[in-house]
Ligand binder design. Structure first.
Ligand code: SAM
Ligand code: SF4
Ligand code: SF4
Length: 338
């Protein structure tokens, strides 16, 4: 298919698209949706506000025309959206799309992994921040132990999906788990990605002091393992990758805070209610759902998305200071999907 690759003001193409399919979650991770802020009275989006699968498919095709090659489904917890394999099937039929992934807390994978794989899903990133049941229960705010997530990881492997593990590291919370998680993932042949705790949204009480940087994690790992760098797989690869010298398993870092990577950020985001966000930290979404529901043609959608991307000059992480964190209107991670 002929692609018309669009570029933003800083000459960055739009290479990948994150689609949040739902803003709800069965967890209340304290760094993402703290239980005290997302309580029983919290008003999530009504069903009618969510993009339908047909709308997502239509937009997916247009994004691919404009250069997107990879789509990742996320949330909230994407596996809570009814019949998700049906959406995966629709998206995987889009010509010109080379990869579909999913980021999940893993709990529903035993039920859905085979169906997702059959529908065309290639890989899953499963979030797991500790192997300690008690600590995990505290982090997820629901007292849920690690067993359902570990079962989810196993189910994904058995289904033939590629599996990576995401671990958010927060000082004083789970930094003691850095080495145990590395050992576990190395043994299991799973790529572990350490994610620096980020100042997304305004509910997680982020402070620069709570961040454990890649440098600090790397220092700890170096005392236990011998690592060698692996080059980026493609322009816009966000993880800084290493591999164990004695085993062909990668370990990566998402250094959003300590070593920003805005100059190669090629990611566009579509929220569950059809707003386009050009940066994780830019709280101003661009409505596309109502435009579409009011009868926009494909060509008008192409024009609007092109104009949004052409106008993009976001580089929040490059510019981050303690002050920018306080003063900026930001969108919650559970809404936009990480
Ligand atoms: N519910 C799914 C999950 O947990 O994988 C998908 C959505 S979640 C918002 C996407 C990713 O964002 C997860 O890997 C999660 O750990 C990460 N995340 C959430 N809040 C974060 C924060 N404050 N800093 C860094 N990463 C965060
Ligand atoms: Fe839910 Fe994922 Fe956020 Fe945890 S990180 S609260 S599982 S959306
Ligand atoms: Fe991309 Fe915004 Fe993150 Fe920079 S801060 S890497 S522009 S999402």
């Amino acid at each position: 298919m002929e692609k018309n690759i669009i570029k933003d003001k800083l000459n960055r193409p739009m290479h990948d698209l994150r689609i949040s399919v739902i803003d709800r979650c069965n967890f209340r991770c304290q760094y993402c949706m703290p239980a005290e802020k997302f309580g029983p009275d919290f008003e999530f989006l009504p069903r009618s506000a969510l993009l339908t699968y047909e709308e997502i498919e239509r937009l997916g095709k247009i994004f691919v025309r404009l250069g997107v090659e990879k789509i990742r489904l996320t949330g909230g917890e994407p596996l809570l959206r009814k019949d998700l394999p049906h959406l995966v099937e629709k998206l995987s039929a889009i010509k010109g799309l080379s990869d579909i992934g999913l980021t999940t807390n893993g709990v529903l994978l035993p039920k859905l992994a085979n169906e997702l794989k059959a529908a065309g899903l290639k890989r899953v990133n499963v979030s797991l921040d500790t192997l300690n049941d008690e600590l995990f229960g505290q982090i997820n705010g629901r007292g849920i132990g690690t067993a359902p997530v570990l079962e989810g990881i196993e189910a994904a492997k058995q289904a033939g999906l590629g599996v990576k593990i995401n671990m958010v590291v927060k000082k004083g919370l789970n930094d003691t788990e850095i080495i145990p998680m590395a050992k576990f993932c190395k043994e299991q042949g799973l790529e572990l990605r350490y994610i620096e705790f980020m100042d997304v949204g305004s509910t997680n009480g982020w402070k620069m002091d709570d961040v454990i940087t890649k440098r600090q994690i790397f220092h700890l790992l170096n005392e236990e393992f011998e690592l060698e760098p692996v080059g980026p797989a493609y322009f816009g690869e966000v993880a800084k990758l290493y591999k164990y010298k004695d085993k062909d398993v990668n370990v990566g870092f998402i250094t959003s805070v300590s070593e920003s990577f805005c100059s190669s950020c090629t990611r566009s985001r579509l929220s569950a209610n059809g707003q386009i966000f050009t940066c994780l930290f830019n709280g101003n979404g661009h409505d596309i759902r109502n435009f579409m529901r009011n009868g926009a043609t494909d060509e008008q959608l192409v024009e609007r998305i092109t104009a949004i991307w052409n106008g993009r000059d976001d580089r929040y992480s490059d510019e981050r200071t303690a002050e920018t964190n306080k003063n900026r209107k930001k969108i919650e991670m559970s809404y936009i999907g990480g």
